[in-house]
Design a protein around this ligand. Structure first.
Ligand code: B1M
Length: 210
């Protein structure tokens, strides 16, 4: 049986091959993608987070762990996709300007795609103007912004203001999320939706398009 503790330990050491092998084994055993994600991958990444904070590991270790996490999560993507489902709506998704964290964003994308939503991923370090430009170009009803730093989450307020100034605020819903973001912050900047995790983000987006 797939050993999630071993997977978590391998992820922390950045042993991508080992992580991929255990994730594949868990898939082959028919375990749910959400369980594999939470118990095999995210558990390891949260330990790395604590160690990073305590200066027990540094940026290179975190980067190789993140790479292992992304490789494991990529295997789960097909499981999250509902075969043959037509896109029920379109979302623009990016990590805000000044912020390079993309693991959470990628999970949001996978989960949303799993709900049959077409996601235009505009990457990391995305300036306000690009959210606006892409939203017009793609005629997307949902703008999703991720931020992991307390110094970059303030960009979300600029995004809301940017859409208002461009005269298209009422045409879109703005969803925000990421570790430092809260419902209170969402309310204070007049964004539309706060989601604490990728699964909730996908559920809420799906309900919105329904
Ligand atoms: Co960074 N980093 N990092 N980092 N990093 C944090 C965020 C930090 C909390 C670490 C710490 O001190 N404990 C800290 C932020 C402190 C703060 O602002 N208060 C921090 C720092 C300080 C930094 C640097 C400044 C470090 C430095 O250089 N001195 C630097 C900044 C670079 C930059 O962005 N400009 C930096 C760099 C990096 C790496 C490049 C090394 C790497 C990123 C690699 C990558 O993403 N490709 C990295 C990592 C990996 C982390 C930690 C360890 C893990 C983040 C992660 O991927 N978590 C992180 C510590 C931690 O979070 N415990 C840390 C797993 C991921 C699944 O969770 O992204 O929260 P998360 O996503 C969740 C939810 O938040 C939610 O869904 C996901 C779960 O379902 N969610 C959304 C996310 N986006 C959403 C959007 C939504 C809805 C939900 O709707 C649109």
């Amino acid at each position: 049986m797939a050993d999630f503790e071993k997977c978590s330990a391998a992820l922390q050491k950045g042993q991508a091959k080992e992580v991929v092998a255990i994730v594949q084994q868990a898939i082959d055993e028919g375990l749910e993608a959400k369980t594999i994600l939470e118990e095999g991958l995210m558990s390891g990444m949260s330990i790395i987070g604590v160690k990073f904070k305590n200066n027990e590991v540094f940026v290179p270790e975190v980067l190789i762990a993140a790479r292992a996490m992304n490789m494991g999560a990529a295997l789960l993507k097909p499981l999250l996709l509902e075969a043959g489902v037509e896109a029920k709506g379109k979302a623009i998704l990016g990590t805000v300007k000044g912020d390079l964290h993309d693991i959470g964003k990628n999970l949001v994308r996978m989960m949303m795609e799993g709900k049959g939503i077409e996601v235009i991923d505009i990457g990391v370090d995305v300036p306000v103007e690009k959210y606006i430009e892409k939203s017009k170009e793609e005629n997307a009803g949902l703008i999703c912004c991720s931020a992991l730093l307390t110094t970059t989450m303030t960009q979300m307020e600029s995004i809301v203001k940017g859409f208002t100034d461009a005269g298209i605020r009422d045409d879109v819903k703005i969803m925000i999320g990421g570790a430092p973001v809260t419902q209170n912050y969402c309310d204070s900047i007049a964004a539309d939706i706060y989601s604490a995790d990728a699964a909730t983000a996908a559920e809420v987006a799906s309900a919105l398009f329904d």
